[in-house]
Design a protein around this ligand. Structure first.
Ligand code: AMP
Length: 417
């Protein structure tokens, strides 16, 4: 085969029809289950203002400092959205969604963009589904969000997962902790990675999330944030743990778990799978009680998660979980001659109107080749039409599975569906 002249960009993949069937199955499942939780779908543009993402996620995060795809046009700066929490919060503020009353329970499914080094489970255009509950500070919201996330994996049969849980406290607790962390790191400041040195003053918590080897020894014995939580933060964290336990959702506390964005407060969590290899995070999320205000709204508590769809598909593959059905069509009309072809074309709408999927040959092939094609398309039935059939008004109706044929008027064939 000749080498194609054009290809997708690095880390961006085409999802071809056989794969798309799996995606549709997943998307339908997510939509059905979200409806059971009374979450409503929200859709926002693929591009956002750069300022929103920088401000929302934080200047020193990996995403903002290294991974955003951005460009300008005229006066405007655009970024391909790297995640959806900040855009959903922007939409919440822009459209005054608080005026709908109660807490907004939103979910989304869609592509995100990060210029990371591609590898298995890590792409530059990837897809997430996620939930954002905006307007509740109650631990019930945290736990419903976590329960929905886990529910999707369980529903698919992915049960061998670990929920990692932490609290990174409110701003007051975090200030005290930051000082303790800095005091711990300071004697070894010169040995830290360049990125961690940069983060030291402005955002030392991010150092805990460092992937650099040279930072590891200093992270391993750092003080833990849970020792610095104030009463309010401890109460919230305890309630989250209590409600999770009530629901039978097991978790592992990880006091060094900080998430990749600066907007998190209080609860932070990640869902890990041993079936994924190096990129083992299926999903992650937490509370972000300050983000709405940061973006220009009134202070409004919120909690959410985002899950990687590609990693979910990899996990299904590893566990031999079948998603969706094989390609198939209900009826294939096989025709011989022009008049039959015209008849076939005009009957397709009648079949489709009955809810039956129907197709015919588009390539003027022989009857034999059409029968072969009907098999390749996994047709359940074939209607075979030639000049004789047209004259008699009776058509061969073939059950492709049972290899059984009947000669019937078209009305009767339609009546079988
Ligand atoms: P994050 O928005 O970074 O918290 O990521 C949430 C989830 O999205 C992760 O747990 C992954 O499953 C998925 N994810 C994040 N980045 C990528 C990527 N570059 N490629 C594929 N999946 C990703």
């Amino acid at each position: 085969m000749a080498q194609a002249k054009y290809s997708t960009h690095l880390g961006m993949v085409d999802i071809l029809p056989d794969e798309v069937r799996k995606w549709q199955f997943l998307e339908n499942l997510i939509r059905e289950e979200a409806a059971k939780f009374n979450f409503e779908e929200i859709r926002t543009p693929i591009m956002e203002q750069t300022e929103l993402i920088v401000r929302g996620l934080g200047q020193l995060t990996d995403i903002v400092s290294k991974e955003i795809f951005s460009f300008s046009r005229g006066e405007d700066n655009y970024v391909l959205r790297p995640e959806l929490t900040a855009p959903v919060v922007r939409a919440f503020v822009e459209h005054h969604l608080d005026q709908r009353g109660g807490s907004q329970k939103l979910y989304y499914i869609g592509p995100m963009f990060r210029a990371e080094r591609p590898q298995k489970g890590r792409q530059r255009q990837f897809h997430q589904f996620g939930v954002e509950v905006i307007g509740s500070s109650d631990a019930v919201a945290d736990v419903e969000v976590i329960a929905f996330m886990i529910h999707i994996y369980n529903k698919l049969g992915i049960k061998n997962t670990t929920l990692k849980l932490n609290s990174i406290g409110d701003p007051e607790s975090r200030e005290t902790y930051k000082e303790a962390l800095k005091a711990h790191l300071k004697p070894n400041f010169m040995k830290l990675s360049d990125l961690s040195k940069k983060r030291f003053e402005k955002n030392p918590l991010r150092i805990l999330d460092s992937k650099e080897e040279e930072d590891k020894p200093f992270i391993e014995n750092a003080p833990v944030i849970t020792d610095y939580l104030n009463d309010e933060s401890i109460n919230h964290y305890n309630k989250v743990k209590e409600y999770l336990t009530d629901l039978g959702i097991s978790f592992e506390e990880d006091p060094y778990l900080v998430r990749g964005m600066d907007y998190y407060t209080q609860t932070a969590f990640e869902l890990i799978s041993p079936d994924l290899g190096a990129q083992d995070a299926l999903a992650g999320g937490g509370r972000y009680d300050l983000l709405v205000e940061e973006i220009g709204g009134q202070r409004t508590p919120a909690v959410g998660f985002a899950a990687g769809m590609e990693r979910l598909l990899i996990a299904c593959d590893e566990l031999d979980i079948q998603l969706g059905n094989e390609k198939s069509v209900d009826v294939y009309i096989v025709t011989l001659g022009d008049a039959a072809r015209k008849w076939g074309l005009s009957q397709l709408p009648n079949l489709r109107a009955k809810g039956v999927s129907a197709t015919m040959d588009y390539m003027g092939r022989s009857m034999k080749a059409q029968m072969k094609d009907a098999n390749r398309e996994n047709a359940r039935y074939a209607i075979i039409v030639g000049e004789n059939e047209l004259n008699e008004g009776k058509f061969t109706f073939r059950d492709m599975k049972e290899s059984d044929e009947k000669s019937l008027p078209f009305e009767e064939i339609l009546g079988l569906f």
